[in-house]
Design a protein around this ligand. Structure first.
Ligand SMILES: Nc1nc2c(c(=O)[nH]1)N[C@H]1C(S)=C(S)[C@@H](COP(=O)(O)OP(=O)(O)OC[C@H]3O[C@@H](n4cnc5c(=O)[nH]c(N)nc54)[C@H](O)[C@@H]3O)O[C@H]1N2
Ligand SMILES: Nc1nc2c(c(=O)[nH]1)N[C@H]1C(S)=C(S)[C@@H](COP(=O)(O)OP(=O)(O)OC[C@H]3O[C@@H](n4cnc5c(=O)[nH]c(N)nc54)[C@H](O)[C@@H]3O)O[C@H]1N2
Ligand code: SF4
Ligand SMILES: [Mo]
Length: 750
């Protein structure tokens, strides 16, 4: 397959946008990479990072090529796959039999580029009786998922391409993207005198540089700021009353609270001039359309869930839903972000800590506590797939302690990660360019897409794709076997219609439904062209998608009914460039809500907003006089997906950014070394003095500190979660406060 003549279509795996790319190979190296013009969303666009993907495929970083088993002396030895699977299975079954399947925990299921393997994990969970799971989403998005579910029944996205006003709260799309062709779209908005960009960020980011209004607030005061914005709408009577009356409920309760908000005081707490906040509110109210993106700057910060709530009030009070350039409800091939939207006292809870489970995910910040507690229901085994929680979750010291306290830790990855090093078994997977792969991070509107990427290279011997690993684990547990497969294989030989009927009968029993992915992989999978068995799960997804999005699917040209599901699935298999799966009419957002009116009044949250004025002003602990933003997105960060530090062209050490005022006071210049201390840990890092930072604010990049053994520690950078404390988390959904870590500095060398 190492065809060196052709450009191979695939996608960048470094952020959720998954821009289409084409790769020219030189043996196994990525000799050249370019944007794929045939990709329906990115249309040839990439950012600087995609061009460095050879460092993922071929970089140093401890590529795994055989299953590993921990030895008595703490090292690892290679074992064959049969040994690994049968031993893991036996140990999981023993834990299940002794303590219950709910003590087996599943974490991960995909990073920024790979969700296809994780789609098979529910079968493994079912086979071993596991109930609890989590992923990185439960350390960023669950607050927004929860309020969205309660207000709208759905998560929403913003139409930045067509908006008149773009509002970014704690989001730097110039670096982090988050919507297609982000840099181009930002520049288009900046260039157009009729459009405006409003950025709420303590840092003058690359995005803020392009903004018309930059509300450069004091870190961690977003609730004050966004409440002031919403209050100005009510107090200056800028509300879209007709729209609110027609489509929402609960306005009177919300208005009663917002009418009493002391706008000037809130602006003072946020340290943003009140006239600027009023100008922003008026610009939002006057716009034909407003698109909004809240991201980690607020979601990993104090009051994050409350901010998510009030942020949604801002665009709902101004009628910015279900029209071009505003918020919409996207179609999606999976159920990412779906939540039941229960009030706080009714959400399901974790067995030990009693933390809320939103969208089926245990808050990441309580996982270590759930493991380390002296409690019969504590998690005892963990299967980690395509994630690096020992590095990415809050409080790495505590997380390592928890992972080491497990009876069994199994890691599925491509590299010897910080998490893998703690495992009892490490199972190696092909890279994302050596197998079929896809994500479910497509939320575009009106035309949404899905991209089933084809392999670019053969996988080396010794690795197994995730669907195969799950199938073997399920079979080793005795949950599925040949007796289950044979009737479906016979049906598959008679065609998809016969297969469909046989499959529905096979999963009619709810207890077996969760095994469906492996059932599909083993029966439909082998019938798929070009060894695309891993795509089998998309067959069911395509049919469900047609049921849920019939008008959009029809407009995208797939017809209607079960035949549309087959056509859609076949189109996904056939195109290596991505397929438009739905083409929505403007009213599709309303159709997806499944409710008559949008709920503005979330009583517990509105009460908390009402109480904000009475709160004491936020004070810093004098022994930690700085606020550290631990983990920002920069030109060369990509979580921990690329482990070879040499991929970074700029900022190789991941410097600590600080303001000129602080630097002058401490006598520091760029490049000087400091010790950065928090209540949890301390690290050494060089500083970068920049007037983009407010005084008192520090920022470290995300995803660093994952070097290769033998590298200089400074070349690898600082692992931010050596500094964070898992107890610093949102009171409603348990998401971390990584953007608000109290910190101190000692000058080491000037
Ligand atoms: N280059 C790059 N892009 C990525 C990623 C990557 O690793 N590298 N990761 C992807 C992932 S997983 C995600 S979730 C997204 C995240 O994307 P973003 O949320 O945009 O990323 P961050 O840079 O972490 O945080 C955004 C902003 O929050 C600001 N901020 C800090 N403190 C505060 C505060 O108190 N209030 C406000 N309002 N803002 C504050 C920071 O200054 C920063 O500009 O990026 C994705 N894209
Ligand atoms: N302090 C602080 N911490 C943060 C953040 C922050 O801003 N500050 N950001 C957080 C955010 S938003 C996120 S999303 C998380 C991300 O953190 P994680 O969810 O842990 O994900 P990644 O760092 O993307 O790691 C992905 C893993 O997948 C592996 N991998 C790559 N390809 C494959 C494959 O094909 N198969 C398998 N099985 N594995 C593969 C990689 O080697 C890597 O170990 O980090 C979070 N951590
Ligand atoms: S990092 Fe994101 S925006 Fe940049 S090329 Fe990759 S997928 Fe596209
Ligand atoms: Mo993320």
């Amino acid at each position: 397959m190492a065809d060196t003549e052709a450009w191979h279509p695939t996608a960048c795996i470094l952020c959720e946008c998954n821009c289409g790319i084409e790769v020219l190979l030189d043996e196994r190296r990525f000799a050249r990479i370019r944007g794929d013009r045939q990709h329906p969303a990115s249309q040839g666009y990439t950012c600087n990072k995609a061009l460095r993907l050879d460092h993922y495929q071929n970089g140093r970083g401890g590529r795994l090529t055989a299953p590993l088993r921990r030895t008595a002396d703490g090292g690892f030895e290679e074992v064959d796959w049969d040994t690994a699977i049968s031993e893991i299975s036996a140990r999981l079954l023993a834990i299940r039999d002794a303590h219950g399947g709910e003590t087996v925990f599943y974490y991960g299921g995909g990073g920024q580029g790979n969700h296809l393997g994780g789609a098979y994990a529910p079968a493994t969970m079912a086979a071993y009786g596991a109930r609890y799971r989590s992923s990185a989403l439960a350390q960023e998005k669950t607050g927004e998922f929860w309020v969205s579910a309660r207000m709208l029944g759905h998560v929403t996205r913003g139409d930045f391409e067509h908006c008149e006003v773009a509002l970014f709260l704690g989001k730097n799309p110039y670096q982090s993207h988050g919507f297609p062709r982000a840099r181009s779209v930002l520049k288009e908005i900046a260039r157009d005198p009729d459009r405006s960009m409003i950025v709420v960020d303590p840092v003058r980011t690359e995005t803020a540089e392009l903004a018309d209004l930059h509300l450069q607030l004091r870190p961690g005061t977003d609730l004050h700021l966004v409440t002031a914005l919403a209050a100005v709408l009510v107090q200056e009577d800028l509300v879209a009353h007709d729209w609110v009356a027609a489509y929402t409920q609960g306005y009177d309760e919300v208005a009663a609270v917002l009418r009493d908000v002391p706008v000037a005081e809130h602006c003072a707490v946020a340290d943003v001039p009140e006239p600027l906040v009023r100008t922003a509110a008026r610009r939002i109210a006057a716009a034909r359309s407003v698109a909004v993106f809240e991201d980690l700057g607020v979601q990993m910060n104090r009051d994050s869930t409350l901010v998510s709530y009030v942020e949604k009030l801002v665009w709902l009070l101004t009628g910015n839903f279900a029209k071009p350039g505003a918020q919409y409800v996207p179609s999606n091939l999976s159920a990412i972000g779906r939540d039941r939207g229960l009030p706080a006292d009714a959400v399901p809870r974790t067995p030990v800590v009693g933390a809320p489970i939103i969208s089926g995910l245990v808050p990441c910040n309580v996982i270590a506590e759930e493991v380390l507690a002296d409690h019969p229901a504590r998690y005892r085994a963990m299967l980690v797939e395509s994630a690096n929680p020992a590095h990415s979750l809050a409080d790495s010291p505590r997380m390592r302690e928890a992972l080491e306290a497990l009876d069994l830790l199994v890691v599925i990855d491509v590299a010897m990660t910080e998490t893998a090093r703690l495992a009892d078994y490490v199972l190696p997977a092909p890279t994302q360019f050596e197998k079929y792969e896809a994500t479910f991070f497509n939320f575009d509107f009106p035309r949404n897409l899905h991209h089933l990427r084809h392999p670019v290279l053969d996988a080396p011997p010794g690795v197994l794709p995730e669907p195969e690993i799950h199938a073997r684990l399920v079979e080793a547990a005795g949950a599925l076997g040949e007796d289950d497969y044979v009737p479906l294989r016979v049906a598959a030989e008679q065609g998809r219609a016969a297969f469909g009927a046989a499959f529905l009968a096979a999963v009619a029993d709810p207890a077996r439904r969760r095994l469906a992915p492996v059932l599909l992989y083993r029966t439909l999978g082998p019938t798929l062209p070009d060894d695309a068995a891993a795509a089998a799960v998309l067959w069911a997804a395509a049919h469900q998608f047609v049921l849920a999005n019939a008008p959009g699917v029809e407009r995208a040209g797939f017809g209607a009914g079960p035949a549309a599901g087959e056509r859609l699935f076949d189109a996904l298999l056939a195109s290596a460039h991505g397929v438009v799966i739905s083409d929505d009419a403007p009213e599709a957002s309303w159709q997806r809500l499944g409710r008559q009116r949008i709920e503005l009044h979330l009583p517990e949250l509105l009460d908390a907003v009402a109480g904000l004025g009475a709160r004491p002003r936020p004070e810093l602990d004098p022994s930690y006089p700085f606020v550290l933003s631990a983990g920002e997105r920069r030109a060369f960060t990509a979580n921990t997906i690329i482990r070879d530090p040499r991929w970074r062209r700029r900022d190789p050490e991941g410097r600590l950014r600080m303001s000129p005022a602080d630097a002058e006071r401490l006598g520091l210049a760029s490049g000087d070394l400091v010790r950065l201390r928090t209540r949890r840990g301390s690290v050494e890092v060089p500083v970068d003095v920049t007037d983009t930072m407010r005084a008192g604010h520090l920022a470290l990049p995300n995803g660093l500190g994952v070097g290769v053994p033998g590298d200089e520690p400074l070349a690898a950078g600082v692992a931010p979660n050596e500094l964070t404390d898992l107890r610093d988390r949102d009171e409603w959904v348990g998401t971390p406060w990584h953007k608000h870590v109290p910190a101190a500095l000692d000058v080491l060398a000037r």
